[in-house]
Design a protein around this ligand. Structure first.
Ligand SMILES: Cc1cc2nc3c(=O)[nH]c(=O)nc-3n(C[C@H](O)[C@H](O)[C@H](O)COP(=O)(O)OP(=O)(O)OC[C@H]3O[C@@H](n4cnc5c(N)ncnc54)[C@H](O)[C@@H]3O)c2cc1C
Length: 323
């Protein structure tokens, strides 16, 4: 993604510059993202975007800049919410009230196939599919409640995204783009008990409209030596990263052998039953980056283990994919 922040929007908060600055500082700390203070401005940087506060004599001017139009909308949503939490209302120069939520594309289910014993492959088609093949690996799937016409999230008059609630509330799991092409994208659903997404995928949804919001969650980390660890839910992301990695890369995957597909014969891939034991045995030398994704408790233990080994926080990611 280009870091040229050519998309912009502006807003104003009357008075209360101290409160606005405090709210922005608190959010930067909560999100663990950079905050830069200069004599005339305070800037928070996130998703390649900048949220800048410029105090004026009797107001605070807010300047949003982003590399993509949809990220301006996402940042506007977050800014409206974070200042509202501090009791401050932003008057935006521009609000696309009534438009679909930023980053939301509506697509149709083209096919559903049994990819392997443990995975269902879904192909979606729509003119926006190409947008999901670059920049970030993941997206949020929006499924309406069974039997109900979809009500999609839209931008409200304040700049905040209004999500359907109650009987129209959407199921919103995160998936990884497994493959993509001209006007289509594929994702692979791991079959597990109690999964509304599996129930939906097995209900013959071909032709149905679904929402796809994103992409998000980052790209393949740049590293001389990339060490990947993940369970079944991380298998699609690991497969993508094995293709994308430019340095040396190895992967430990906890999944059944038939679900590995071509990766079963890839010398860079080791199937294992205990991801934490595999992580403990990994040789993490200079230039290593560790990527770990699994159930929340396992991700927490992986993070603790890596910190205890003296690994720099910037040299690993330990993500909760479920639970
Ligand atoms: C960045 C990211 C990328 C992801 N990519 C993929 C992907 O490509 N493919 C994929 O299959 N998953 C992926 N996941 C995981 C997926 O989002 C979760 O498994 C999610 O819970 C699936 O929604 P659901 O409708 O199946 O179940 P939910 O309604 O979310 O949960 C229902 C119940 O199932 C349990 N559950 C959820 N996942 C599992 C599991 N794996 N094993 C056992 N029980 C489980 C929950 O704890 C809950 O009790 C990803 C997650 C993240 C954060």
């Amino acid at each position: 993604m280009s870091l040229l922040r050519s998309h912009r929007n502006f807003g104003t908060i009357p008075r209360a510059s101290g409160a606005a600055a405090a709210a922005l500082k608190a959010r930067a700390a909560a999100w663990e993202v950079p905050l830069v203070e200069t004599p005339g401005a305070l800037s928070l940087f996130v998703w390649g975007c900048e949220l800048r506060l410029v105090p004026d004599s009797d107001a605070v001017r807010i300047e949003l800049s982003a590399p993509e139009a949809r990220l301006i909308g996402t940042l506007q949503d977050s800014a409206t919410e974070l200042f509202a939490e501090a009791g401050l209302e932003v008057a935006w120069d521009r609000v696309d009230a009534g438009a679909l939520a930023p980053g939301l594309s509506l697509m149709r289910v083209r096919s559903v196939t049994q990819r392997s014993p443990g995975f269902i492959r879904v192909r979606l088609s729509g003119p926006d599919a190409a947008r999901f093949g670059t920049g970030s690996l993941h997206f949020r799937l929006l499924l309406p409640p069974p039997g109900r016409a979809p009500v999609w999230p839209r931008i409200g008059a304040t700049g905040r995204t209004e999500w359907p609630v109650g009987a129209d509330a959407l199921h919103r799991p995160v998936y990884t783009v497994a493959d993509h092409g001209d006007g289509w994208l594929d994702f692979d659903i791991f079959r597990h008990a109690g999964s509304p997404t599996c129930t939906w995928a097995l209900s013959r949804p071909e032709g149905a409209e679904v929402g796809v919001i994103g992409p998000g969650g980052g790209w393949c980390p740049e590293a001389a030596r990339l060490h990947l660890f993940g369970d079944e839910t991380a298998l699609p992301a690991i497969a993508r990263m094995l293709d994308l990695a430019r340095g040396e890369v190895t992967a430990h995957v906890r999944a059944a052998c038939p679900d590995l597909g071509p990766l079963a014969a890839d010398p860079r891939v080791t199937r294992c039953d205990d991801l934490l034991a595999a992580l403990a045995q990994a040789d993490l030398g200079q230039g290593s980056f560790v990527w770990f994704a699994a159930e929340a408790g396992q991700a927490r233990q992986a993070r603790q283990h890596l910190l205890a080994r003296g690994m720099n926080r910037k040299a690993f990611t330990a993500a909760a994919y479920w639970g």
